[in-house]
Design a protein around this ligand. Structure first.
Ligand code: NDP
Length: 240
């Protein structure tokens, strides 16, 4: 029987690539999203990937969603915490709303979703949790105290949960992407994007497929000895 994989924010951008990659690798994939019905429908129609709409920053919504998934498909074996947002501003101009929205969406969500699947993973002696962090968690980025704090929090969470679950068939890892060729990155004005690319040692953006392939590997049985790791996938932009 195919394994059950949940990808948060799995209907567009990096998450869409992860969802499609896992589906093609034989998983039963549930791609979640918040509001973008058009992208969700397209993914369902074109790739037969099931979709579920809820707010990952809200624990009760996550609980209802996980219960729905368990009733429809069974316990979650692979969780990819990918949903994330930015609300950039220099700290002296940042509002509490900008701070809280990013922390709740990028970090609380990782607690919410992981908390709701971890007991079943422990009972099954199997699980894979893969958290999508960011190179900016490692190196910092002006204008992103909220985002960098949330994504660095994800790295600490990853290591602590990896320690709690080691020896129980569960692995918990993070991927820290650099600039990936997504609509969001392509929306950066061309001159600025050219400057950014010129500062990346590999002189190019990463691809969604490169992230998706790493997720597939971390989800696989072959990756059973990797836990608590942060995989840097950034073209050499930051070496930790
Ligand atoms: P996108 O903005 O393209 O997609 C984000 C996804 O998250 C969407 O599907 C969105 O849902 C979902 N989402 C956002 N907020 C919520 C919420 N509250 N509840 C449920 N779903 C939510 O992001 P990217 O593909 O660019 O990024 C994916 C991840 O990778 C993020 O965590 C990001 O921080 C990280 N990352 C991205 C990089 C890049 O270069 N793009 C670089 C480094 C890290 P909906 O479609 O309904 O809006």
């Amino acid at each position: 029987m195919s394994k059950i994989a949940v990808v948060t924010g799995g209907v567009r951008g990096i998450g869409r690539g992860i969802s499609i990659g896992l589906k093609q690798a034989g998983y039963t994939v549930i791609a979640t999203y918040q509001s973008n019905d058009a992208f969700a429908k397209e993914l369902h129609t074109d790739f037969g990937i099931d979709i579920l709409k809820f707010d990952v920053s809200d624990f009760n919504s996550c609980e209802m969603a996980i219960n729905t998934i368990k009733n429809r498909y069974g316990s979650v074996q692979v969780l990819v915490n990918n949903a994330g947002i930015t609300k950039d501003a220099a700290l002296h101009k940042m509002s509490t709303d900008q701070w809280q929205a990013v922390i709740r969406t990028n970090l609380d969500s990782v607690f919410n979703m992981s908390r709701l699947v971890i007991e079943d993973m422990r009972a099954a002696s199997f699980g894979r949790i893969i958290n999508i962090s960011s190179v900016n968690a490692q190196k910092g980025q002006a204008g992103q105290t909220n985002y960098c704090a949330s994504k660095a929090g994800v790295l600490g969470f990853t290591k602590a949960l990896a320690l709690e679950t080691s020896g129980k068939g569960i692995t918990v890892n993070a991927i820290a992407p650099g600039y990936i060729d997504t609509d969001m990155v392509r929306a950066i004005p061309e001159a600025i994007l050219d400057k950014i690319i010129s500062l990346i040692p590999m002189q190019r953006l990463g691809t969604v497929d490169e992230i998706a392939k790493m997720v597939q590997y971390l989800a696989s049985d072959e990756a059973a000895y990797i836990t608590g790791s942060t995989i840097s996938l950034n073209g050499g932009q930051y070496m930790s």
